[in-house]
Design a binder for this molecule. Sequence first.
Ligand SMILES: Cc1ncc(COP(=O)(O)O)c(C=O)c1O
Length: 388
Amino acid sequence: MKRFRTRAVHVGSHPDPTTGAHVSPVYRTSTFSYGNFERGRRMFAGEEPGYVYSRIGNPTVRVFEEKVASLEGAEDAVAFASGMAAISAVAFTFLHPGDELVFLGPLYGGTEGLFFEVLTRFGVEVRDASGLPPAEWLSAKTRLLYVETPTNPTLRINDLALVGRLGRERGVLTVADNTFATPYLTRPLEHGVDLVLHSATKYLGGHGDTLGGVVAGPAEAMAELRAHGLRHVGGALGPEDAFLLMRGVKTLPLRMEAHCNGAEAVAAFLEQHPAVARVYYPGLPSHPDHELAARQMDRYGGMVALELTGGERAAQRFLDGLELFTQAVSLGDVESLATHPASTTHELLPAEVLERQGITPGLVRLSVGIEDPRDLIEDIEQALAPME
Ligand SMILES: Cc1ncc(COP(=O)(O)O)c(C=O)c1O
């Protein structure tokens, strides 16, 4: 098998069979001719492979799916219109009324919203097991164990090998959201987790210009996911978006190295700055999960969070003083982004949850882009200057 960087470029990409186009073209079509009655019958019966309708499969989307499957070390992958479409497709495919869904978070807010506000209406019981000892994670009713790592915004690390082992022992489907790490830094299936998924909107696309989602895992589970979660729920990825995502994946290894270089430099700078009370970066020995991160991740990613000694007022002055970092939610773009979780992404959470998760008024989250780290540090330094 070829190495990661080579696979990111080549897997799934073939010269177009009709024109020889070197780069996989955008197949902008909703339906596909099957030519004659007998071929149509055979294709719909699953006796002959091929494309029939773009909600179920499309050649441009397929290039992206094959790349992600290869990079995650999975047999197959299914793409969706967004990360949330991917997560809801997993839930609608694999859960039934009476099943318990257990998660280790904190999770992305939209995911918790889907779990608590939508799935519970369909008879699924949802339980947050974060902070409990592993022996108490699963119950007799648990059907799915869902985990995010690193988590948002304080970048805690969940132990994927432990999750995979418990899932296997208890016959529970395990699912990891690998959006923050990407397969370049962590491959959950190697640790025994069953399914891995992404908001491809973030690092896989990498340029902040498209939405997408993807799930990878064993062929049988992916066939079920395509048949139900994609075909019947319908959150299909469009071919234009798939084109941008497959192009993004080609440079994922290069971008991730640059994101990691930048984040490491920014975290080290922040850690010695007097206006900064605390820095959250899994690559720092001061991070509570540093040892686990070192075992599970190849490097530590592009996300950094910092807590300012001056609380919300300092956070506001710092954010408004940044010039290279754009104040915006989302992450994983080539451009650096900065956000204040307590007043934006986590604004709806009750005070005790914010406190438990370390989301203080002085906490700022940085998505470190691929700019020259020296320019990013100079920008941070000038924005922190009024607080010294
Ligand atoms: C970790 C994580 N998972 C899932 C999602 C949802 O993805 P999307 O916005 O592509 O629907 C996000 C979005 O911010 C996220 O950060």
